[in-house]
Design a protein around this ligand. Structure first.
Ligand code: ZN
Length: 345
């Protein structure tokens, strides 16, 4: 079979190769010899950068789109380096949904370098960011989903982007996002109630990296300290480790937490040196968990994190009850007719 290759896209591939440090050979190796595979699916192609955005998008769009998630469960977005298949997915995408606020720097560089026709929407930037220090500079904190009301804003941004992409499926997107947002509103209230059960002087969070500022701010915990800052590229100094150990001892923190996307070795050492428990269940910080794990969706990861925190810090946990069934597939997503005036957010 003859290999058809679109030479017109070569300059953009060169640009991508230069911008990402990938060799051009590696970039080209990721291209399919024919375009038939991609064009076989008539649905719009949507690429999500993070597993959290992919999960929310799947709940809203069901089977109406062909959805690809660049990151897989457990991948660390801060240090993720794109592979040739990612470039292929981005080249074929009609819509790219990413977090923004520099959560996924290498992917954002790739998006900026490419000449893709796709619409790019930074859905995490739909919220007012909290600030963080990074290398002495104030930057927006990208971990916006830690506050469930921010996830509702992300759902609305995803819904609007999908409606622009595929107006014919508008009613499905609206019905599913209403179901999801109602569950998220319940989850938000439930988390507050759970955290309130922790004795006030023990509402102290110590994690590996600084992903929980939105969570602690919204749900009334104190972010006591982390080993590393906003981005996982950094390595903590011996002094940082010692200061954290001292702080944990001084404040009488009952337990500290590892994260699913980061090697737990150093936080284990901190727990040992401070003489505190390291919670057995790791927190889901920048990614949902693998299918079948306690945090295998955004709702499940927030529920699992809250259960882990509440139990380790001395609160009493009551399971989260979902009022409405998840409407993630096209059968259950068959919507009622939606009157035009209810379309506005
Ligand atoms: Zn992070």
């Amino acid at each position: 079979m003859a290999h058809s290759f679109n030479l017109a896209s070569l300059p953009s591939l060169r640009k991508i190769a230069a911008a990402t440090g990938l060799s051009l050979g590696l970039v080209l190796a990721g291209c399919t010899p024919t375009e038939t595979e991609a064009s076989a699916d008539p649905r719009p192609s949507v690429v999500a950068s993070s597993t959290i955005i992919a999960d929310l998008t799947e709940d809203i769009a069901g089977e109406t789109i062909n959805l690809t998630s660049i990151l897989r469960p457990g991948d660390d977005p801060h240090i993720y380096e794109p592979v040739p298949n990612d470039i292929k997915a981005l080249e074929q995408a009609d819509l790219v949904l990413y977090n923004g606020f520099n959560l996924e720097p290498a992917l954002i560089r790739l998006l900026e370098a490419g000449s893709q026709d796709a619409i790019h929407v930074p859905v995490g930037e739909a919220v007012d960011a909290l600030e963080m220090d990074k290398a002495g500079q104030k930057q927006p904190d990208p971990h916006v989903w830690g506050d469930v009301t921010n996830a509702i804003a992300m759902v609305n941004a995803i819904r609007d982007a999908l409606i622009d992409l595929s107006p014919a499926d508008q009613a499905v997107f609206i019905a599913n996002s209403q179901t999801l947002n109602s569950q998220l509103a319940d989850l938000d209230t439930w988390i507050s109630r759970q955290i309130e059960t922790i004795p006030e002087e023990q509402r102290l969070l110590v994690t590996t990296h600084d992903a929980f500022q939105y969570y602690t701010t919204s749900y009334d915990l104190e972010m006591l300290g982390t080993l590393i800052g906003i981005s996982t590229e950094e390595q903590p100094s011996a002094q940082t480790v010692q200061n954290l150990v001292n702080e944990i001892k001084t404040r009488g923190v009952p337990a500290i937490f590892a994260e699913t996307t980061i090697n737990p070795q150093l936080i284990k050492t901190v727990a040992e040196e401070a003489g505190v428990e390291l919670a057995e269940q790791e927190l889901y910080s920048d990614s949902i968990g693998a299918s079948g794990s306690p945090g295998d969706s955004y709702l499940n990861m927030m529920e699992s994190n809250t259960k882990t925190i509440v139990e380790a810090l001395g609160g009493s946990y009551t399971p989260f009850i979902r009022e409405a069934p998840a409407a993630a597939d096209s059968e259950s997503a068959t919507p009622q007719a939606v009157p035009a005036e209810s379309i506005a957010p």
